[in-house]
Design a binder for this molecule. Structure first.
Ligand code: HAM
Length: 418
């Protein structure tokens, strides 16, 4: 056992994982481009308040899972447990409200939650997320949800259920919470300890409880949809009409309440068909109050995020055939003069855009050719002292049984380009 390992719940993404990670990353970038979203990078850490004010002091990610610390100057910072709050902080800080609205942004970024590690749940995970800020309309919610659906479809993932709900505005929820508290009060003793805690901190989260999912008090709990204001109801009806018009299937599920305080109105989760609630592929919703919570003017926003590790696990189930990265050319240097000529040739080839894996001078020709064969390169280029003296190389095709031939060093780039 070596002295050190990666921190518990955190993963190394190894070169052999790169093909699938690149496939996912490039697909997210392509789909973001199709919807005209621009990339934003925010720091991995923010001032603690960015998260406590928005996700809420009582949310799991803040109260149980945050990596928070004081830096050497005494500022209290936190590793980001989610992406939306930092993006909104940047929107505000850079005056993006004066740009044409909405501002459409995306990120692909490491995210940290001190959670109990298990398959698909890590202490560092990567999120792809988008935020559409400055548009209160139902069309913005549907654009974001459609972007998410398109991303999964482009990755070959279609076997999921979209669970959709509206949780209304803060005023709606205040009234609904009272109704819920009255409903759960007589059942408190038979609910789990976690639900009893949620009763005090945020009673709506009891609806989200895995442990109590089959408890009769959850089954017949009053639905938030019956307590929405007229405007909330109209907004939600328009979201559904647009989704119906696009042929996007979804299930309205009043139990989708989301664990972050900043949500308002439309919320949704994409769940794989064959899995329980733990493995939500990605989720999002509207957060019209968030920028105000950060001290800015009232600004609407909507977005989603999806965990990259969970996407990779889903995609791997179908064993995709993804191209590994291979060099174009493997150089085989032999002898001292050959080593210099091979190093120069490698430099010229790279300048011409040819990917070169350099053989190790001093190793035998046999060993180098064996390495060349397993590298996936299309050509081995052998340069010994004799070749160096004559200004040539031996070009050996590796992927077909073409003949080895002698080529002038200056012609190698052209020959391997064919
Ligand atoms: P969230 O539902 O907390 O939402 O996380 C989004 C996604 O990140 C989850 O659906 C899941 O795929 C992934 N995820 C979360 N925690 C973990 C973990 N511990 N390990 C692996 N994957 C994880 C948000 O974070 C919101 N900011 C989404 C959003 C954007 N809403 C509006 N805009």
């Amino acid at each position: 056992m070596p002295d050190f390992q990666a921190p518990r719940g955190m993963n190394d993404v190894l070169p052999e994982d790169e093909a699938i990670w690149r496939h996912v990353r490039e697909t997210t970038e392509r789909v973001a481009r199709l919807f005209d979203y621009r990339r934003i990078e925010t720091p991995i850490v923010e001032e603690l308040g960015v998260f406590t004010r928005t996700a809420g002091e009582e949310s799991d990610i803040v109260s149980k899972e945050m990596y928070a610390f004081d830096d050497r100057g005494g500022s209290t910072l936190a590793l980001r447990p989610e992406g939306t709050a930092g993006v909104c902080r940047a929107y505000l800080e850079h005056g993006m409200a004066s740009r044409p609205q909405p501002v459409r942004l995306y990120y692909f970024a490491p995210t940290f939650r001190y959670d109990r590690p298990q398959a698909g749940r890590y202490r560092q995970h990567w999120q792809f997320g988008v935020e559409c800020i400055g548009d209160p309309s139902p069309a913005a919610d549907v654009e974001v949800l459609e972007l998410q659906r398109t991303l999964y479809a482009e990755l070959g993932l279609t076997d999921f259920t979209v669970r959709l709900n509206s949780i209304g505005t803060a005023e709606t929820r205040a009234a609904y919470r009272e109704v819920l508290m009255a409903h759960f009060a007589p059942h408190l003793e038979t609910l789990s300890a976690d639900s009893q805690r949620r009763y005090e901190t945020n009673v709506m989260r009891i609806l989200d409880s895995k442990e109590d999912a089959n408890h009769p008090a959850l089954q017949d709990a009053p639905s938030i949809l019956d307590y929405l204001s007229e405007e909330d109801t109209e907004h939600f009806a328009q979201v559904r009409a647009l989704l119906d018009g696009l042929g996007v299937e979804y299930e309205v599920d009043p139990a989708i309440v989301r664990g972050l305080d900043y949500y308002a109105r439309t919320v949704w989760e994409f769940q794989p068909q064959d899995a329980g609630g733990q493995s939500t592929l990605g989720a999002g919703g509207r957060y019209d109050g968030l920028i105000e919570m950060l001290g800015g003017p009232s600004t609407p926003g909507t977005g989603f995020a999806t965990g990259i590790e969970r996407l990779v696990l889903e995609i791997e189930k179908s064993e995709p055939d993804l191209d590994d990265v291979t060099p174009d050319v493997f150089t085989v240097p032999l002898g001292d003069a050959g080593a210099i000529a091979a190093a120069r040739l490698a430099r010229d080839l790279r300048a011409a855009g040819v990917a070169v894996r350099a053989g190790v001078p001093g190793r035998s020709m046999r060993a180098q050719l064996r390495a060349a064969n397993s590298s996936g390169a299309r050509y081995a280029v052998i340069v010994g002292d004799d070749e160096a003296a004559k200004g040539v190389a031996q070009l050996k095709p590796l992927l077909d049984d073409g003949d080895q031939r002698e080529v002038a060093l200056v012609d190698v780039a052209g020959a391997v380009a064919d």
